[in-house]
Design a protein around this ligand. Structure first.
Ligand SMILES: O=P(O)(O)OC[C@H]1O[C@H](O)[C@H](O)[C@@H](O)[C@@H]1O
Length: 474
């Protein structure tokens, strides 16, 4: 059996191959041992699951193990988005949550994330301990479990639905009055996933005219991926234009990531969404505080922060580090280039429902299309062009490149002097004119990611080509 690893964001594997009921129970055993060791077992644990094939059955298998350890579990009788599962940890003040999801991966995958009592993604010191306990459980071959029926009869299973509390909470942190006045027409695309109903309800209650597509469970995701990217959101883009809607708002399979479509059908990148939301919080909502962004995320946030006299916390890739910064440094926005965002006053977990609701609020506020709002910001701070290139390679190449990265320190890239070299995650070169390049190995896929941000498309291409050559991935 391949080793079970908790990677950038939990364990993901192909169902029936590695993601079997047997392995899920071993992982649940390790998680139950972890919760007991944390001293918080008396508080119980939330179990959430997405809309994937068998997810509710895997969730039940996890429950049988927790109940076998006499740990009470809180469950919903329908799927829940990852951010709602995290929110439920706060709501029920539990020791944490187990979330069954493979996020935006292809349909044959499933996965498990652990959300500790602080309601954000588990930090490495926790996942390392879980992996150690998993190794221990696999070695001693012991899984303590009970039947689900017995657990219910013994009062170890409490059914609850955090939908009303979550949607009310969201409505309390967004300006529903402004949304109501703008009379927005919005198309919502939950991509057949666990986000169904949530954003639609919040926006409808706030007075928007809402039309939903892909709003039913399809474990095959309509033959596509539950990933809210420019490439995948073709139907949403078309419909926004056809219906003359103000916005198209999508979420991935577990609704922790967002995808925004402007009134003219154009895809707004995650870096642009983060720029818009941070500016909106500071300039319109008058909320002041630092921003946490990953090392791979746009420096436009730095320009805005500087203008308002705010700090920037630069973290490794992974929302766990961003959530940590939000908790420890009071960052008012935490965001990632890969499509994750949360704000102060919410949970330290990325939330696609919240991100989309904030975009609707911002559009309502300005009463103009997203790209016009963005243009105003760019007129003030200058324009930046960013691109990520993913390069697959063999294990051998991967090891060689990782080794060579440690020492890589060019004096210049594409004719621009290297101003700073960072090793927060992979290797990042900040150049004299503020442009930058980062190369790092993905923690979720077998590939390298090369991120470049520059002042023009030509500069971006020149920097990208030189970096690819420099590390020998050309
Ligand atoms: O670049 P990777 O290591 O593959 O990670 C890409 C993304 O994976 C998951 O979605 C995590 O939740 C994110 O925090 C991370 O940004």
């Amino acid at each position: 059996m391949a080793a079970i690893k908790f990677g950038t964001d939990g364990w993901r594997a192909i169902m029936a191959k590695e993601f079997t009921f047997e392995n899920v129970k071993y992982v649940a055993e390790a998680l139950a041992r972890y919760v007991k060791g944390s001293g918080l077992a008396g508080r119980g644990v939330v179990i959430g699951y997405d809309n994937r094939f068998l997810s509710e059955h895997f969730a039940q298998a996890v429950a049988e193990v927790f109940c076998g350890h006499e740990i009470k579990i809180f469950m919903n009788n329908r799927s829940m988005p990852t951010p709602v599962t995290a929110f439920a940890v706060k709501l029920k003040e539990t020791a944490g949550a187990v979330m069954l999801t493979a996020s935006h991966n292809p349909p044959e995958y499933n996965g498990i994330k652990f959300i500790p009592e602080y309601a954000g993604p588990a930090l490495p010191y926790i996942t390392n301990e879980i992996e150690r306990l998993l190794h221990e459980a696999l070695t001693d071959g012991k899984v303590v479990e009970t039947s689900f029926e017995k657990a219910v009869n013994n009062g170890l299973v409490e059914y609850f639905d955090p939908f009303p509390a979550y949607t009310e909470h969201l409505k309390s942190i967004i300006d529903t009055k402004a949304i109501k006045e703008a009379n927005l027409k919005v198309i919502v695309d939950p991509m057949y996933g666990a986000g169904i109903d949530y954003l639609d309800t919040v926006l409808r209650d706030a007075g928007c005219q809402v039309e939903t597509i892909h709003g039913y469970r399809d474990a095959l995701f309509g033959g596509s991926l539950p990933e809210p990217s420019d490439k995948v959101l073709t139907q949403l883009k078309k419909l926004v234009v056809e219906r003359r809607a103000h916005l198209g708002l999508a979420m991935d399979g577990d609704a922790d990531r967002f995808g925004v479509i402007d009134a003219d059908g154009a895809y707004i990148t995650a870096n642009q969404v983060l720029t818009l939301v941070y500016y909106h919080l500071l300039a319109n909502k008058n909320i002041r505080g630092p921003v946490a962004r990953s090392v791979a995320t746009t420096h436009m946030l730095d320009r805005i922060a500087r203008d308002f006299g705010m700090d920037v916390d630069e973290t490794p890739v992974g929302f766990k580090y961003i959530g940590e910064s939000m908790m420890k440094r009071g960052s008012i926005l935490g965001g990632e280039e890969s499509g994750g965002l949360s704000i102060a006053g919410h949970i330290p977990e990325k939330d696609g429902i919240l991100a989309n609701a904030l975009i609707a609020e911002m559009v309502a506020w300005h009463k103009k299309p997203v790209r016009e709002i963005l243009k105003d910001i760019e007129d003030k701070y200058g324009r930046l062009f960013s691109e990520r290139k993913d390069i697959r390679c063999s294990q051998e190449t991967k090891e060689r490149v990782l080794e060579s990265l440690k020492e890589l320190a060019p004096a210049s890239v594409a004719g621009k002097a290297v101003h700073k070299v960072l090793s927060i995650d992979g290797r990042k070169f900040v150049l004299e004119d503020g442009s930058w390049a980062l190369i790092r190995a993905s923690g979720t896929e077998p590939l390298f990611r090369i991120y470049v941000e520059a002042n023009s498309v030509d500069d971006l291409k020149a920097i990208q080509e030189e970096i690819v050559e420099l590390v020998g991935l050309g």
